[in-house]
Design a protein around this ligand. Structure first.
Ligand code: ADP
Ligand code: MG
Length: 251
């Protein structure tokens, strides 16, 4: 069974009597350990798709199964718990809380998952270490560069050891050099066995992932899978979770 199974998903918005079909009958799977991009021009439905894949929003029609669970069958409360435990998000504008320092921002997802304060700090520092920012843990987000802020957001996405990470235009607010460094970070996480979905309008960015799904006007326009031929695939193995229930990030 795939980690994510999307079947015949449509999303229809009603806007002043007009029907906007943001997604129209979209089906595909994401396997554990895959590094995949969703690419398409602005307005094609990428963010809508990511919100449904990430259980932030529900489809108008069709089904989504995540890690063996049919998402429409669970309550809103269970859904929030699934999101918190199984999914990490990285956004274009970082979405860090300005009044919290870096390590407090990274600890946030663990507050909702009931981890003790000492363990929260330990795992947040390990996640910061993995993005090479342990020495900035007491800074406020505003004291960091854009690239550093996005690395903090990646650490926050990793800290609950999620099953899958979604990144929506993660380099969209960065200069090209810094953007490449962030893509390099995702590539490293992929090699370590993380499942990552990269959402972008930019073909050069999508080119870093071996599998690409192109959407246009809410429909799948093209599927490119270089993994079938084994061309780009690096070891698709998932590292064992540490026995201490740590973050699973390499330190
Ligand atoms: N909450 C909403 N209400 C109405 N229309 C929406 C809403 N969100 C997105 N849309 C529309 O759905 C389409 C896809 O949007 P979106 O998924 O944000 O595209 P992308 O991320 O590819 O730019 C667009 O036409 C957009 O205007
Ligand atoms: Mg978008």
């Amino acid at each position: 069974m795939a980690l994510v199974e999307l079947r015949n998903v449509s999303k229809i918005y009603q806007l002043g009597g007009e029907e906007i079909r943001a997604l129209d009958d979209v089906s595909f799977d994401i396997d554990e350990g895959e590094f995949i991009s969703i690419i398409g021009p602005s307005g094609s439905g990428k963010s809508t798709l990511m919100h449904i894949l990430g259980c932030l929003d529900s489809p108008s029609r069709g089904t989504i199964q995540l890690d063996g669970m049919m998402i429409q069958d669970v309550s809103a409360r269970e859904l929030a718990a699934i999101r918190n435990r199984k999914i990490g998000f990285v956004f274009q504008f970082f979405n860090l809380l300005p009044k919290l320092n870096v390590v407090q921002n990274v600890e946030l997802p663990m507050i909702y998952s009931g981890v003790s304060a000492g363990e929260r700090r330990r795992r947040a520092m390990a996640a910061l270490e993995s993005v090479d920012l342990a020495n900035r843990s007491r800074h406020r987000p505003s004291q960091l560069s854009g690239g550093q802020q996005q690395r903090v957001a990646v650490a926050r996405a990793l800290v609950n050891n999620p099953r899958i990470i979604f990144a929506d235009e993660p380099t969209g607010n960065l200069d090209s050099h810094t953007g490449e460094a962030i893509l390099g970070l995702f590539r490293r996480l992929s090699v370590e066995g993380r499942t990552i979905v990269l959402v972008t309008h930019d073909p050069e960015i999508a080119a870093v992932t071996p599998r690409r799904i192109e959407i246009r006007d809410g429909r799948i326009a093209e599927k490119i899978d270089l993994t079938l031929a084994g061309l780009n695939r690096t070891a698709p193995t998932v590292p064992q979770r540490p026995a201490d229930g740590g973050t699973g990030v390499t330190q």
